[in-house]
Design a protein around this ligand. Structure first.
Ligand SMILES: [Zn+2]
Length: 193
């Protein structure tokens, strides 16, 4: 069971404090929202710990909510459309565990097909450039030691449980010029109205 691994890695990398920090899950309202919106995918959310690791809920912070919502929307829409119109049916995706691991969103499930595996892979890649705490895609980097994917702003405002770790910006993150350009395009569009 993964809880053992969490305990072991917690003690190894950051001590007891980080172990307890890692047990802080996504906000309850966001959790319930996803379970109600995608009942087929999260059918095991309230199963016993013996039957599903979904018992532990969403083992990451709130910033990745947007990625999960879009991922589940894409998966369910794709399955429903396919199964309505195509002879070859796709088995329902059911989440087995959703967690942060080494700074990435991990979505473990059964069911689906290769296309759905691709959607999950893209979502996991997106999480590496999305702040796990606020969902920002600007100035996103990682901490060393215990890896968090966290933007500079959240890092600068973090408490001692995170601030003692050093932070470096993701090398593949858009540079300041690109971020300025995106903001400029938004403003230009608003001016057209
Ligand atoms: Zn942030």
């Amino acid at each position: 069971m993964d809880l053992k691994l969490i305990i072991i890695s917690g003690f190894k990398n950051g001590g007891l404090v980080n172990f307890f920090l890692k047990l802080i899950n996504m906000n309850e309202k966001l959790d319930s929202y996803l379970v109600e919106k995608y009942p087929k995918i999260f059918i095991n959310r309230y199963e016993s710990v013996k039957n599903s690791a979904m018992f532990f809920g969403f083992d990451h912070n709130d910033g990745w909510f947007w990625i999960l919502d879009q991922l589940c929307d894409s998966i369910q829409h794709y399955i429903d459309m396919n199964n309505e119109w195509n002879k070859i049916k796709i088995s329902q995706v059911v989440a087995d565990q959703v967690k942060e691991k080494y700074g990435l969103l991990n979505f473990y499930c059964h069911g689906g097909n290769d296309q759905i595996d691709g959607m999950i892979s893209l979502a996991e890649t997106m999480s590496s450039n999305t702040c796990e705490f606020c969902g920002s895609t600007e100035n996103v980097g990682k901490t060393n030691g215990w890896i968090y994917t966290i933007c500079k702003d959240c890092y600068d405002h973090s408490n001692e449980r995170i601030s003692y770790l050093s932070w470096g910006k993701n090398e593949n993150s858009p540079n300041e010029d690109i971020i300025k350009e995106i903001r400029k395009i938004k403003l230009d569009k608003l001016n057209l109205k």
